[in-house]
Design a protein around this ligand. Structure first.
Ligand code: NMX
Ligand code: MLT
Length: 398
């Protein structure tokens, strides 16, 4: 029996599920059950499953079909898939004023800040107030918004090709971006797999949790997901993919001894070794395994890919020497940067926006479940965990 189902059956109203001790305080709610999730679950050794399917089995599905899965909890039939793609196309048009707002933003602002502002702007332009409508509208508008974000921030904001809503999500982004010398098939395989792998990761990852917490106060989908993107932008969470490729570029060699020296130096300098470790996983992240297999197939001789191949061998051994590190193995962020770099995205500062683009679907689906399905349709109430007073003896102003 799968883990998600077993956990569900084991839940009994009258039995304690978890004992909270003072040692659990100030640990970032690590392991503390706070709710149920209908889109995905993560096991320490097998990683994430979307609606029961191990992630590796979904890696070659189209992003649109996997969005359908997260929203409907079943993979679409061919006719459902066609109808869903048509529905996304119907919703996809992005108002011109989004580009006008992007033109006003500081070009040296981080792309994740642009992404958050972009989502807020779409919300200001067109919020329906219906959780599902707004989430699907946002998902449908993300490819164009991503393309505009890259172009305008890079100073290529003129003569942008019109959107073509008949294309796939990945094709719409690539068309808007108009990159030179693109291998369309390679681009499609790497970006489509990227999106599928990053869409969801259980209910408790920081950005999803933050997004659902904001939505629990009945902020709009747009405000909630913009907030979630801010949570994703931290280097210990989504921005680890940027930091990881930055240090791959700094390493610049796939020689195991030199890579080991580099890793040891990062640790000595008290810097995280990005792309390794996880709050829940206790084995290599299957999303990393899928990306390594993709790289071995599509770009085995790429210089950055060769560096991460060595890092994957060396870093777990070195990190494993420190027993306080719960998981010395590679996480999702180890390989994505090398693959993005290979297909032409040379500036790592943008990498977390791809993570954000993908994660909008998982967070959107989870917000809908929490707002419209949980507690018999009443929705999860406003988040309000308890904090215990520390160093606050009662006193009075004289
Ligand atoms: N490099 C250096 N130190 C590490 C690493 C690492 N890769 N992983 C864990 N540690 C340290 C951690 O900082 C903590 O130190 P201290 O006790 O001084 O606070 C100690 O080991 C125990 O941490 P764990 O219980 O193993 O991990 P935790 O659940 O606290 O944190 C991460 C999980 C993912 C934040 C942590 O492993 C990390 O910082 N990894 C590097 C950054 C990264 O790749 N993040 C991406 C995660 C996936 N994502 O996309 O969100
Ligand atoms: C994620 O995909 O959100 C990360 O692996 C972090 C997490 O699950 O805590």
């Amino acid at each position: 029996m799968d883990v998600g189902r077993r956990e569900a059956l084991e839940m009994k109203d009258d039995e304690p599920m978890f004992a909270v001790h003072s040692s659990h305080l100030n640990t970032g709610l690590r392991g503390v059950p706070v709710g149920t999730c209908r889109t995905s679950f993560v096991t320490p050794t097998e990683g994430v499953h979307y609606c029961g399917y191990p992630i590796a089995e979904l890696a070659r599905h189209s992003p649109e079909d996997v969005v359908y899965l997260l929203f409907n909890k079943e993979l679409p039939t061919p006719s459902q898939s066609t109808a869903f793609k048509a529905d996304l196309a119907r919703r996809g048009a992005v108002p011109d004023s989004l580009a006008a707002v992007f033109h006003t933003l500081p070009r040296n602002g981080h792309p994740m800040d642009w992404l958050s502002v972009g989502i807020h702007t779409l919300g200001m332009l067109d919020t329906t107030g219906d959780w599902k409508e707004d989430a699907l509208n946002l998902i449908a508008r993300m490819p164009r918004m991503m393309g505009l974000l890259f172009r305008i921030r890079e100073g290529r904001g003129e003569a942008i090709p019109d959107d073509d809503l008949e294309l796939t999500m990945v094709q719409r982004f690539v068309r808007t971006l108009e990159m030179e010398d693109v291998d369309d098939d390679l681009m499609d395989q790497i970006l489509s797999t990227y999106l599928v792998l990053h869409m969801d990761h259980g209910g408790g990852n920081l950005s999803t949790f933050a997004g659902k917490a904001i939505a629990s106060g009945h902020a709009t989908v747009y405000a909630s997901i913009a907030g979630a993107m801010n949570a994703l932008s931290g280097p210990l969470h989504g921005r680890a993919n940027q930091s990881c490729l930055e240090f791959v570029l700094r390493i610049g060699t796939s020689d195991p001894a030199e890579v080991e020296t580099f890793v040891r130096n990062e640790l000595a300098e008290k810097r995280p070794v990005f792309g390794f470790g996880h709050a829940v996983l206790r084995a290599e992240d299957p999303r990393a395994t899928v990306q390594f297999a993709l790289g071995e197939r599509l770009c085995p001789d790429d210089e950055n890919f060769k560096v991460i191949r060595t890092l994957r061998e060396v870093a777990p051994r070195v990190l494993g020497e420190n027993k306080k590190i719960s998981n010395p193995n590679a996480n999702v962020d180890i390989a994505s940067g090398a693959l993005l770099h290979h297909i032409g995205f040379r500036d790592p500062t943008y990498y977390t926006t791809f993570f954000g683009w993908a994660r909008v679907s998982g967070i959107g689906a989870q917000i809908i479940d929490e707002r419209t399905v949980m507690r018999g349709g009443k929705g999860t109430p406003i988040y309000r965990p308890k904090y215990i007073a520390e160093e606050q003896d009662l006193r009075h102003v004289d």
